[in-house]
Design a protein around this ligand. Structure first.
Ligand SMILES: [Zn+2]
Length: 195
């Protein structure tokens, strides 16, 4: 069975990506990035999702992630996919995984230039030049809007209420960050509540 390493942030997208990858028959583990000041609810979401899906969660603590976030708007820091996927691919290559799976959706590309198909195609070509050339990045949600991802998660009966998307530091959701705003709008539009 092929092994997949699914990047898990604790949010809806990565949870749906994990469920799809498991459903496709891959042996999955999750990889999360730990950083200084990481909100407790985010850590709890990562743990709960991994436990519920019965997969091992690996965590990489990378001080430079916190460093990059300092004095920058958090939007400029979060989509640093070049950094995240570089670490994930090396981890995967060194630990017998053939796929690195992310939960990037189509809406991400509207504010994040390293979230589109061309970025991942280029990245995969670059990875082929390394000794672990069998590792490839796979983005199953790249053609879906955020709303479509939520609908997909609901259709898979995933308990989306255990996810955490807020960019604040907790303990509760801030309600005003872009992720909270988007999440609330989609849930309102769909007429659902995750309370
Ligand atoms: Zn928020």
């Amino acid at each position: 069975m092929k092994k997949s390493l699914v990047l898990l942030s604790g949010g809806i997208d990565s949870y749906v990506a994990l469920a799809l990858e498991k459903g496709a028959g891959f042996e999955c583990s999750t990889l999360s990035f730990a950083y200084e000041g990481q909100p407790i609810p985010e850590l709890r979401a990562i743990r709960e999702i991994s436990n519920r899906e019965n997969v091992i969660n690996y965590s990489i603590f990378h001080p430079s992630i916190s460093f990059l976030g300092q004095s920058l708007p958090i939007r400029s820091f979060v989509p640093n996919n070049l950094l995240y996927y570089s670490m994930a691919v090396v981890f995967a290559g060194n630990n017998g995984f053939q796929r690195v799976v992310g939960g990037q959706n189509r809406d991400d590309f509207t504010y994040c230039s390293d979230a589109g198909n061309s970025f991942y195609e280029s990245f995969n070509n670059l990875v082929k030049s390394y000794s672990f050339k069998d590792v490839q990045i796979f983005q199953p949600l790249l053609d879906k809007t955020k709303r479509e991802v939520v609908e997909l998660g609901l259709s898979l009966n995933l308990p989306l209420k255990i996810t955490w998307s807020c960019e604040g530091r907790g303990p509760g959701t801030c309600g005003v960050c872009p992720n909270c705003t988007s999440r609330h709008k989609i849930f309102n539009d769909l007429g659902i509540s995750l309370k």
